[in-house]
Write a protein that binds this ligand. Structure first.
Ligand code: GUN
Length: 295
């Protein structure tokens, strides 16, 4: 059994990005500039955005964090958020920007995503980027699936003709990952099955997987009896579960029962330190690409 070390791979990629940024700057070009918008104080979102800002520093990017307060008593006026998006769309100094999700319930997330100019949508969530990706055109790829594909590539895990089973059909992981892995070429050419809450015979379908991707957000859902011997298991879950032994009071739990499943696998991603760091890395790659496209 081999552990897929997302932390190490992401550190390698960030170093590669930082080298290119310094070459850009030496050639008189601008540093890539990423802006992150954070609404309210969701604990998970605070952590993710802090990691994104730190990754920008490591890559030599300029970064800006824009915060909006929003509470049930004083909810943010969505028009204020939209006005900021319009300003960033028009700002030549900004290569790309993201609005951290989830947003408070009173804000229409899809309308927010569609307000971002596709050329600055480094999350790859805009329908223009989603559509381009599904037909194999150059675009910004959604960060988590792009990170997973990069891990498969760097660990040289075969995908051609392999059975990939993805548990979870979200717009930001399951659906785009399915599109990427069924694309022609490597890492693609796979036979992809997407399972979800209405799937019948889930365990049996999972047992057929050469590559099993768990992206449903239910701690330790994938048990050993759902995994074929020698499979590669990719765990996208990052649920906070209470843990009194930690200073923070919680720990991150993946969607895979790691201790039981790992001995059966040829490769497996841990949580934390697997897919998570790669997601942020893909965002950095997209931001660098946005800057390159403006040269
Ligand atoms: N929330 C969870 N993952 C993501 C992500 O990749 N981008 C944004 N903007 N919000 C998220």
């Amino acid at each position: 059994m081999n552990i897929i070390d997302g932390k190490k791979v992401s550190a390698d990629i960030k170093a590669e990005i930082a080298r290119e940024v310094e070459e850009r700057v030496a050639a008189g070009k601008r540093r890539p500039h990423l802006v992150a918008i954070l609404v309210g104080h969701d604990g998970g979102s605070e952590t993710y955005v802090a990691h994104k800002v730190k990754a920008c520093e490591e890559c030599g990017f300029k970064s800006t964090l824009i915060r909006f307060e929003s509470t049930p008593e004083a909810p943010l006026d969505p028009a204020e958020l939209m006005a900021t998006i319009e300003r960033l769309n028009a700002d030549d100094d900004v290569d790309g920007f993201i609005v951290q999700l989830p947003l408070p319930r009173h804000i229409d997330e899809q309308a927010v995503i569609e307000a971002i100019r596709p050329e600055k949508d480094v999350d790859g969530f805009h329908p223009v980027n989603v559509g381009k990706q599904s037909v194999g055109l150059p675009c910004f790829h959604s960060a988590t699936p792009a990170g997973i594909v990069e891990l498969l590539r760097r660990y040289e895990i075969p995908t051609r003709g392999k059975n990939v089973v993805i548990v979870g059909r979200s717009n930001i992981v399951g659906k785009p990952l399915a599109a990427m892995l069924m694309q022609k070429g490597y890492p693609g050419d796979a036979t992809v099955t997407v399972c979800h809450s209405a799937t019948e015979g889930l365990a049996e379908i999972c047992r057929r997987a050469d590559i099993l991707v768990a992206a449903l957000g239910r701690p330790a859902f994938i048990s050993a009896d759902m995994v074929k011997d020698g499979a590669t298991v990719i765990d996208v879950g990052t649920t906070r579960v209470p843990d009194a032994s930690r200073k923070s009071g919680f720990r991150l739990s993946g969607d895979v029962d790691f201790d039981a499943v790992a001995p059966k696998c040829s490769f497996i991603t841990p949580v934390p330190g697997g897919v998570g760091p790669m997601t942020i890395c893909s965002l950095m790659q997209n931001t660098l690409q946005a800057a390159r496209l403006k040269d």
